[in-house]
Design a protein around this ligand. Structure first.
Ligand code: SAH
Ligand code: SF4
Length: 346
């Protein structure tokens, strides 16, 4: 049985057509505005509540719940109906509360340095499963308001395009999240970036670049063989022209691989004409890739080198290292240089 978040407004109303219109409105308001679990919507009678809870079960079962940064970072492992597991991370800052969601169970892209890539692909998530992660975080963040959603958890969101866009549209239309507070992180599926540019939503786009020469990038990100840097650049240009938004490049610094002076020059040459912002993250070591992240000193030097070359660059603070939430795909997306505030427990 699917979750209530699997449906758009009309579909959901049709499933409840035995109830008066105002009841449907109450449930919808409870689900989206308040972010309540369907069985906990107190504006409707208890019998209806239990019936709906049975009809529309959540689909996510908490398999693990850990926190770090004095509670400002929380990670959940959820088990889905078919036994596969996904991860969701909630990060609280003083100016925003961000959830990092998974778009797939596993990932088929096979990036060599990524734990998810090493584990392979299980299946696409449904829109309801993506939205359940967000709403779970909404409740955990209360009384603070969840402000940002980043598709940086497990999976490649643009390989699950329809579901990603569906979830984004509903967060925008039903939850009132602004498009710029919704971030899609992609490994660089060029045609999907172009398709997304035509959706009419000025989302935030993060492209996981990691190398700005084709030989190195193809080693790190196998998809580069299909959409090499020149093709990716075209898609970035289309994105900016259509949305008026700048984009950011993610760059996980790997000792001796992409933190060299050559790498610095190549990146500056690629990023400058696009006026892209570069987010630097030291690589988090994973069991399947026996290379180290760059030292803190090299990370700073690399940042300074970019800034000297006129590129806008920040070092991303890694959240949740101690709870393994920092495996990169689950790290904080934005340039979180501010002091964090603890999340109050729900
Ligand atoms: N598939 C999408 C989104 C999920 S991965 C993408 O690749 O963009 C989110 C981010 O985590 C990407 O920038 C990815 O390159 C990065 N990442 C993956 N493994 C990492 C690691 N071991 N250390 C640092 N960053 C990593
Ligand atoms: Fe997939 Fe992103 Fe990991 Fe690459 S980095 S394997 S695209 S999750």
């Amino acid at each position: 049985m699917p979750s209530a978040y699997e449906y758009n407004r009309d579909e959901f109303a049709a499933l409840m057509d035995d109830e008066p219109h105002y009841r449907v409105e109450q449930v919808w308001h409870g689900l989206w505005t308040e972010g309540q679990e369907i069985g906990h919507i107190t504006t409707i009678p208890k019998a209806l509540r239990s019936r709906l809870a049975e009809q529309f079960p959540s689909g996510l079962v908490v398999a693990n719940d850990v926190q770090s940064d004095h509670g400002a970072t929380r990670k959940w492992v959820f088990r889905l109906g078919d036994g596969s597991t996904i991860e969701t991370v909630l990060m609280s800052y003083d100016d925003r509360v961000t959830v990092c969601v998974s778009s797939q169970a596993g990932c088929a892209m096979g990036c060599t340095f990524c734990a998810t890539g090493q584990a392979g692909f299980s299946r696409h998530l449904t829109a309801g499963e993506v939205l359940e992660q967000v709403m779970f975080a909404v409740r955990a963040a209360a009384p603070r308001r969840l402000s940002n959603v980043v598709f940086m958890g497990m999976g490649e969101p643009l390989a699950n395009y329809r579901v990603t866009m569906n979830a984004i549209r509903r967060l925008h239309d039903y939850r009132g999240l602004s498009a710029r507070h919704l971030t899609v992180s992609t490994v660089g599926v060029a045609p999907a970036i172009e398709r997304m540019a035509g959706e009419g939503l000025p989302l935030t786009l993060a492209v996981s670049l990691h190398a700005a020469n084709n030989a190195t990038r193809s080693e790190l990100v196998p998809l580069n063989r299909r959409y090499p840097l020149e093709r990716l650049r075209e898609a970035c240009v289309t994105w900016m022209a259509a949305t008026g938004r700048r984009l950011s490049f993610e760059w996980a610094l790997i000792d001796g691989v992409n933190d060299t002076e050559d790498a610095l020059d190549e990146l500056a040459k690629y990023a400058l004409p696009l006026r892209a912002h570069v987010n630097l993250i030291p690589l988090n070591p994973t069991p399947g890739y026996l290379v180290m992240g760059s030292s803190a000193q090299r990370v700073r030097q690399f940042r300074d080198g970019l800034v000297e070359r006129g590129v806008n660059a920040t070092v991303r603070h890694t959240r949740g290292r101690s709870i393994d939430a920092a495996c990169g795909q689950l790290a904080s997306v934005t340039n979180g240089r501010r002091r964090s505030l603890p999340v109050r427990s729900a």
